[in-house]
Design a protein around this ligand. Sequence first.
Ligand SMILES: Cc1cc2nc3c(=O)[nH]c(=O)nc-3n(C[C@H](O)[C@H](O)[C@H](O)COP(=O)(O)OP(=O)(O)OC[C@H]3O[C@@H](n4cnc5c(N)ncnc54)[C@H](O)[C@@H]3O)c2cc1C
Length: 411
Amino acid sequence: MTADIIVLGAGSAGLAAAVTAARQGARVLLLERHGFAGGMGTASLVHTFCGLYQIDGEEPVLANPGFPAEIAERMLHATGARGPVKMGRVWVLMQHPVEFVRIADELLAGSGVEVLFHAEVVSTRKSPEGWSLGIASRGGLIEAACKVLIDTSGDAVLAGMLGGEADLTEPARLQRPAYVFGIQGVTGGESGLQLAGRIVGGVRNGVLPKEALGLHFRASGRVAESFGTIDLSGTEEGDYDPLDAACLTRLERSGRATAAVAIDFLKREAPGWEGAYISHWPVRAGVRESRRWKGRHLLTGAEVLSGASHPDDIALATWPLEFRETNRGPKLRYPESEQPAGIPLGSLIPMGLENVFTAGRCLSCDHEAQASIRVMGTCFATGQAAGMAAALAAKGESPEEAPAALRKAFG
Ligand SMILES: Cc1cc2nc3c(=O)[nH]c(=O)nc-3n(C[C@H](O)[C@H](O)[C@H](O)COP(=O)(O)OP(=O)(O)OC[C@H]3O[C@@H](n4cnc5c(N)ncnc54)[C@H](O)[C@@H]3O)c2cc1C
């Protein structure tokens, strides 16, 4: 298989990158190990688009034009929601993972991206034409070649394969993972606060494990359907490693076991929960932070807080620094500047590699900046920019023109 551009990973960033590059006329192959696109926003049931809108403001104002605005509009249409909702100082758009999968299928088909699901990239090497990839599929190993690569794997997996420069925050400070699952059959009753009180009581009485303290619920927008989210500590020993299969296995088991016992408890104890049941497990536990590329520019938390701009900015970061370094809820730090920080093209260009770009939660930034730029609204924007830069590179033009090309295409 050959393509001008191969996009590795079809999460929010990879979807935006693939669609954008294909719309620029490139032959794009998108490789995804799961059976659908959306990444954390579908496989891990994360159900809110954050970072689409500017902070504050009486009305929601879209931060980044082009793909982020387009997907917001499609999601609003699909869910029938009236619009984004304001939570404190930020506007968020509720999204439904089922609709996200469908919208992604439509966008990919409509833009002519060639897609391979159930295709896990397991090796990458330089070739005379560009890059050659080994892909594990059900029938065995297949090869694909391209001129330009985009790593939107969330884990900077290419860095692992190529020995590229990358970073991973120490286990104790890594943003904690969480387990999101679907619930049906709740017919009303108690508020989130009352349910939290019941859970605390259950833990105190020894009926529930202490992991259940991290559990909270949000209505999905569909009749009698909710999502439960359990913030996990990683591991008891503080050795959380989002790249380690044994550690991820412990997360999956702990998430499922806690969810099952907590829903049984609420069925017995909480009015309106008598007929509740777990309707779906996620494909995988949610990982907020993992390995990040080191690129030509390393975006810092200080830059996000001060509203820094760069000559090669390709998107705006409009989410506060959301720290989840423990499983006891978020700690938010809002930018001091009214002007949102820019994310430069240099953060999408891994050091020392030609014709490789990255985007999404593994782009080049420090732990603090990742606490902002990891949200899906921002991932759509950085993915779009990586797609534009890759399309220019594939045509033999300078990817440095991407900021200007983005302004020309989307204003
Ligand atoms: C519990 C939790 C709650 C969150 N809450 C919110 C929220 O409310 N709002 C918000 O906007 N964001 C939220 N986030 C953050 C957000 O969901 C993610 O940071 C974002 O979705 C990351 O997008 P991405 O495209 O960079 O990576 P991902 O979504 O992780 O996508 C990467 C894709 O690459 C694929 N892949 C990886 N390796 C390979 C390989 N070798 N071969 C083939 N495919 C591969 C994966 O299967 C995946 O589909 C939350 C995250 C978590 C975990």
